[in-house]
Design a protein around this ligand. Structure first.
Ligand code: NCD
Length: 309
């Protein structure tokens, strides 16, 4: 049994660099093996419970597809309203019951810390599919995988993070995931949506520079990767005006040409006004490939925690 067998994946800080590299290498093996169908019976007889208490397209469907492509089965809760939480059941009770029916659970919840609560009560692996504004570790892993593929390396890159850095859990997990590779982080956000102090502190404790660029254009001109994010409308504090904030930073083709930006353009999706559709045709537009990479990384994670690899 490997060191990942039976592990929970709650936060990206659960992994050291060697483990991150192992996940990325395993994901690459999945991608290369896919055409040859090497792995298609690996998890036969295992069941994934995909419990999604918040909307999801990519995360839930790519987990389900990953499990099925490895020969496993899937049961799912696709929205909170279809579960017994609406009857007042606690998350802990729900998880303790679901683990009777499955071998691994991936959980998305609007509550910060929900994955940790689930991991504490469950004896099977819990994979955090996003817990409120906190973390989204499997997205960060597919982001790392994408960056490595698009840029050819992970070490020493300059990564601009743009948009809602306060509420965007993908940003929090990606910053943490990049720390072992010593990036320079360029945060670009309106004041109301600035990167919380906790994540700046974690970066500085790892001797990673968080440098505020002079402008959005300055970030575009200097970054190797631009990580765009939407304003998380459903998570804004009261009094914060979405209508104005959504137009704070918009990446379009004109901005890319004006700044001679050669960075890989990434976005966890869904994209709204912050990323213009005229960017889609550029070879550096990586966001659809990024979403596709979710399959390989989630296959790797399921195979590793269930002891299949
Ligand atoms: C993200 C999420 O759920 O945090 N979506 C995703 O999983 N790709 C980003 C978002 O909702 O903005």
């Amino acid at each position: 049994m490997g060191s990942m067998t039976g592990r929970d994946i709650v936060a990206i800080s659960d992994f050291n660099r060697a483990e991150l590299d192992l996940i990325l290498e395993t994901a690459l093996r999945c991608e290369l093996g896919a055409s040859k169908r090497h792995f298609s019976h690996l998890l036969q007889g295992s069941i994934l419970a995909a419990v999604f208490l918040e909307p999801s397209t990519r995360t839930r469907l790519s987990f389900e597809s990953a499990m099925q492509r490895l020969g496993g089965g899937v049961i799912s809760v696709a929205e909170a309203l279809s579960s017994s939480l609406v009857k007042g059941e606690s998350l802990s009770d729900m998880i303790r019951v679901i683990e009777q029916y499955a071998d691994v659970i991936t959980l998305r919840s609007p509550e910060k810390g929900a994955a940790l609560v689930a991991a504490d009560v469950a004896s099977i692996p819990i994979i955090n599919g996003g817990d409120g504004t906190h973390e989204h570790p499997t997205q960060a892993l597919l982001d790392l995988y994408t960056i490595k593929k698009e840029r050819g390396r992970l070490d020493g890159l300059t990564v601009a993070m743009v948009g809602d850095l306060k509420n965007g859990r993908t940003v929090h997990s990606l910053i943490q995931a990049l720390l072992p590779y010593k990036p320079t982080i360029l945060p670009v956000a309106p004041e109301e949506l600035a990167l919380p102090e906790e994540w700046v502190r974690r970066a500085s404790e790892a001797n990673v520079h968080v440098e505020h660029p002079a402008s959005f254009d300055d970030a575009l001109a200097h970054a190797d990767v631009i990580y765009m994010t939407r304003v998380q409308r459903e998570r804004l504090s009261s009094g914060v005006d979405y209508a104005t904030l959504q137009y704070s930073y918009r990446l379009d083709r004109a901005a890319i040409e004006r700044t001679r930006c050669t960075a890989s353009i990434m976005h966890p999706l869904p994209r709204l006004t912050e990323l213009a559709e005229d960017v889609d045709v550029l070879p550096t537009a990586a966001y659809i490939r990024q979403a596709g990479n979710g399959i390989w990384v989630r296959q790797a994670l399921l195979g590793l925690v269930l002891g299949g690899f």
